[in-house]
Design a binder for this molecule. Structure first.
Ligand code: FMN
Length: 365
């Protein structure tokens, strides 16, 4: 049953031992200065049976932080702490990519260590609220529009963070271009009203992502260590895309020659029916020539079916990995799956993070 999921596959230069990807998940357990704790070492090592782990969204610079207690990849302390994570995962035969997440306008000033408003393509506040430890739920802060001459330095932060990630022992780095964060804010006309080279027609709105991928590949020495995550049509974080069926094929064709490790496509199962006008996985499959990871609402059987039809090369699982650190083994044996508690998704400490047991230890108890 579900054998395809367990077949090894090459992604970039890496051989992955199976096609099960632990999808990126913010868990908000780092220190106030963005240093991952030793709990993160345990958490990721517990899940190293995945063919590939993609870490939680990690800010490339202090300026990229929007949420409380998210980790960074821009200080020596952060690099040293991440090194413990990569060593623990590698010791168990796992592979691990760092996800770089610059939240742009999805931020609150109380969650940030730098003064001043968050930056975005345009000064348009995102509707909605986010958690702050000091004052609970708050409206997103009003962002400031990046000046055109500042954009190279933002892109350079991704390059430097990629270099740092490889120093920390990561197998590669994923650019978070999904879910309404900075790169997607550039893609979408609802959040990008610029009139310079980075706004207006599709070619301009895609420029930020393309230049960032180039910088990251340059930092890594090879695009084969870089992945990109996108979520065409996703309205999360107050994004409305006017032309996804033109924009994403354009983007795929523009990056095909890079030779990325993979394109990670997130579909949104939770979108209202009327918004599900197209299938983002099928859309990207028909235009992107490299490996595709598909994520969003999959279980073992639907993942197996997708891979068997050749519609993706690997499948990402997020929430299932929270309560099932041994998810790969449970898929293999058909053992029952535990349910995660959403109340502890983003709370500090081990509860709901490193204390979910393996199925074998549940049976033995
Ligand atoms: C607690 C939690 C945190 C998440 N954080 C991130 C993140 O940091 N970066 C990201 O790209 N997606 C993030 N996601 C989205 C997941 O990677 C995934 O795309 C989504 O949960 C759908 O997959 P699933 O149905 O297997 O859970 C998060 C999801 C959850 C449940």
């Amino acid at each position: 049953m579900s054998e395809k999921l367990f077949e090894p596959i090459m992604s970039g230069q890496l051989e992955l031992k199976n096609r099960i990807v632990m999808a990126p998940m913010t868990r908000s357990r780092a220190s106030a200065t963005g240093v991952p704790s030793d709990l993160a070492v345990t958490y990721y090592a517990q899940r190293a049976d995945a063919g590939l782990i993609v870490t939680e969204g990690t800010q490339p610079s202090a300026n990229g932080q929007g949420y409380p207690r998210t980790p960074g990849m821009h200080s020596p302390e952060q690099i040293a702490a991440w090194r413990k994570v990569t060593e623990a995962v590698h010791a168990k035969g796992g592979r691990i990519f760092l996800q770089l997440m610059h939240t742009g306008r999805i931020a609150h000033r109380l969650n940030r260590t730098v003064d001043g408003p968050p930056v975005a393509p345009s000064a348009i506040r995102a509707a909605g609220t986010m958690w702050t430890d000091a004052l609970g739920l708050q409206d997103h802060s009003m962002p400031r529009a990046l000046a055109e001459e500042e954009i190279p330095s933002v892109i350079d932060e991704y390059r430097q963070a990629t270099i740092n990630a490889l120093v920390a022992g990561f197998d590669g780095v994923e650019l978070h271009g999904a879910n309404g964060y900075l790169p997607m804010q550039f893609l979408a006309s609802s959040s990008n009203r610029r009139t310079d080279r980075y706004g207006g027609p599709i070619q301009n709105r895609a420029r930020f992502i393309i230049e960032t991928l180039e910088a990251m590949a340059d930092g890594a020495g090879s695009a084969s260590r870089i992945g990109l995550r996108v979520s065409p049509g996703n309205t999360f974080n107050d994004i409305q895309e006017s032309d996804p069926l033109d924009l994403y094929p354009y983007l795929a064709k523009a990056i095909n020659h890079f030779g990325l490790a993979y394109l990670h496509v997130q579909r949104s199962e939770k979108l209202p029916q009327q918004e599900k006008s197209f299938d983002p996985i099928a859309l990207m499959r028909s235009h992107f020539e490299g490996r595709i990871i598909a994520t969003g609402g999959f279980d073992r059987d639907s993942a197996h079916a997708l891979l068997s039809r050749g519609e993706a090369d690997m499948v990402g699982f997020a929430s299932l990995f929270i309560a099932n650190p041994d998810l790969v083994r449970r898929f293999r044996t058909g053992a029952p799956l535990a349910q995660a508690d959403p109340a502890t998704f983003y709370t500090p400490g081990p509860k709901g993070y490193t204390d979910y047991p393996d199925h074998t230890s549940v049976e033995a108890a």
